[in-house]
Design a protein around this ligand. Structure first.
Ligand SMILES: Cc1cc2nc3c(=O)[nH]c(=O)nc-3n(C[C@H](O)[C@H](O)[C@H](O)COP(=O)(O)OP(=O)(O)OC[C@H]3O[C@@H](n4cnc5c(N)ncnc54)[C@H](O)[C@@H]3O)c2cc1C
Length: 488
């Protein structure tokens, strides 16, 4: 059986890893991984500058989602996993220009401790009263989908949407609480509402049921000692070299005689739109014929590739919204560093609600969040811009982005010193947006996809945006290829 994997981000790499394992164990399978760019890893990329470890894309994954750590164990690099410095896990929210610490006991956006909730200046008295009333809510099951903003507002009021839900969801999805689907992004909260009514009561019950382990809770985030690229490199090292093609942008997929035909664009041809397999074939080069295809690209790319095979599926894939983002890393020497709030001992960083009218969405104090990210004498900040409410930031030139970042860091942190280095990374349409109705659309995508022989989909557009979800999607796609009967 021959399998084509298209897309060499962590989803496609995970699929290739699974097939490689099966091949080594004697399965009759060969695969080719096609990656458009000249490197593997997609948005997962780590660089170094002045001894600092800089993550261009994801910096970690949620420890409670097991598939990333399991993959590391299979790769023999479990000893390279590193937990976040949770002793320093304080997060600040910018409110009316001031950084306010998130109160103790806040679980995502649900209060579980009385005194810190009463004492915090993060919420007005009106919101605090609402939180108290929420404790007595009755079980409630919603029929349809609604936005995360509507759901959170129903429980805790609009201020919690503005100061917590929206910035927290912007941090995870680069999206807006007004558009993201509660069923897709906060499914656990829906279960809690159905069982308890009150999210606070439900959270307390869950904490009683699963108290932290005797040696303390496990760190909330996990990363790799040498950065996330280490995971990419470890997977790539396991793959058959001849099976990996970088610089191979696939332009057309077709079905001929029960096989998948994979075509790429000739370098000299200038084809703006994906083509039907039968069109302008002379400008495309045959990459090969395959029994199965795993599409591990963003959904809008998959849509273009599948247009001539299954137009209705292509339409649905094309409807998935994406947001873009920019990350900026700034290194500072501790000598002369004048930024309040970003000192070595002080927190993981801050979030900026939209009502503050800044371009910065968030800032991570990288040197605090994980060990060994910055050498002695250096501090490393990473800021995020963009998201679904500020796509225009992608069009701004580097110098202007740096100017904006430095002005806003001065306003927020009082930081006036020059950074010793900066790096800017642009991620165009890289984060799928699970908007209201997402799960219904994914179910329909899966139904139509099941009708196309030998096709599997993986990536962050379907059932999880995080690195562990993407790894699982790739492993599952490969497992499905291995278990499905022959396509011919
Ligand atoms: C800035 C940022 C920060 C993030 N932070 C976190 C985090 O801290 N924790 C977390 O869990 N998740 C985080 N995420 C989300 C997570 O990193 C991504 O969802 C995940 O890495 C996506 O992997 P992927 O392989 O599905 O897609 P991608 O990484 O986008 O890879 C897709 C690949 O397909 C290739 N491709 C596209 N078109 C073609 C074609 N025609 N032919 C061949 N190849 C093609 C692309 O070049 C790319 O390499 C973050 C994402 C971003 C952008």
């Amino acid at each position: 059986m021959k399998v084509a994997i298209i897309g060499g981000g962590i989803s496609g790499l995970s699929a290739a890893f699974r097939l490689e394992r099966a091949r080594r164990e004697g399965a009759d399978v060969r695969y080719t991984l096609f990656e458009a760019s000249d490197r593997l890893g997609g948005v997962m990329r780590t660089e170094r500058a002045e001894g600092c470890l800089i993550e261009a894309g994801p910096d970690s994954f949620l420890s409670e989602k097991q598939s990333a750590a399991e993959l590391c164990r299979e790769l023999g690099i479990a000893d390279q996993l590193v937990g976040s410095n949770d002793a320093h896990r304080r997060t600040y929210i910018l409110v009316k220009g001031r950084l306010i610490e998130m109160p103790d006991g806040l679980q995502f956006m649900v209060p579980t401790k009385l005194m810190p909730t009463i004492a915090t200046p993060l919420f007005s008295w009106g919101t605090k009263l609402r939180m108290a009333r929420e404790f007595f809510s009755r079980p409630h099951t919603s029929n349809g989908d609604e936005s995360a903003a509507e759901f959170v507002e129903r429980h805790f009021g609009p201020e919690v949407v503005d100061r917590l839900a929206d910035p927290l969801l912007a941090g995870v999805y680069g999206g807006s609480a007004e558009r993201l689907s509660v069923r897709a992004v906060l499914p656990r909260f829906l279960d809690m509402e159905a069982r308890y009514g009150s999210l606070s009561r439900a959270m307390l019950a869950a904490m009683r049921k699963h108290p932290p382990a005797a040696n303390g809770p496990r760190p909330i985030f996990t990363s790799m000692k040498e950065g996330m690229q280490q995971l990419v490199d470890a997977v790539a090292a396991q793959l058959d070299r001849d099976a990996v093609r970088t610089g191979a942008r696939i332009k057309v997929l077709g079905r001929e005689d029960g096989e998948w035909v994979v075509l790429r664009q000739e370098p000299e041809a200038n084809l703006e739109e994906p083509l039907a397999a039968s069109q302008r074939r002379s400008e495309l080069r045959l990459h090969g014929r395959f029994d199965r295809v795993i599409l591990a690209t963003p959904a809008y790319i998959a849509a273009g590739l599948l247009r001539s095979v299954e137009p209705r599926l292509a339409d649905l894939l094309g409807e998935t919204a994406y947001s873009s983002s920019v990350t900026v890393a700034l290194g500072y020497s501790t000598a002369g560093f004048d930024g309040r709030g970003a000192k070595r001992e002080d927190g993981f960083g801050f979030l900026v609600p939209r009502s503050e009218q800044k371009r910065l969405l968030a800032c991570t104090f990288v040197h605090n969040k994980f060990p060994h990210r910055a050498p002695e004498g250096q501090l490393l900040l990473r800021v995020f811009l963009g998201g679904s409410n500020d796509a225009a930031v992608l069009e701004i030139p580097d110098e202007e982005i740096l100017r904006i970042v430095r002005v806003e860091l001065r306003q927020i942190l009082g930081l006036t010193v020059e950074p010793s280095f900066t790096r800017i990374y642009r991620w165009q349409r890289s984060m799928a947006q699970y908007e209201v109705g997402h799960l219904e659309r994914v179910a329909e995508i899966e139904r139509l996809r099941a009708g196309v022989r030998g096709l599997a989909l993986a990536g962050n557009a379907y059932r999880g945006i995080g690195v562990p979800d993407c790894i699982k999607s790739g492993l599952d796609a490969a497992a499905e290829c291995l278990s499905a009967p022959s396509t011919r």
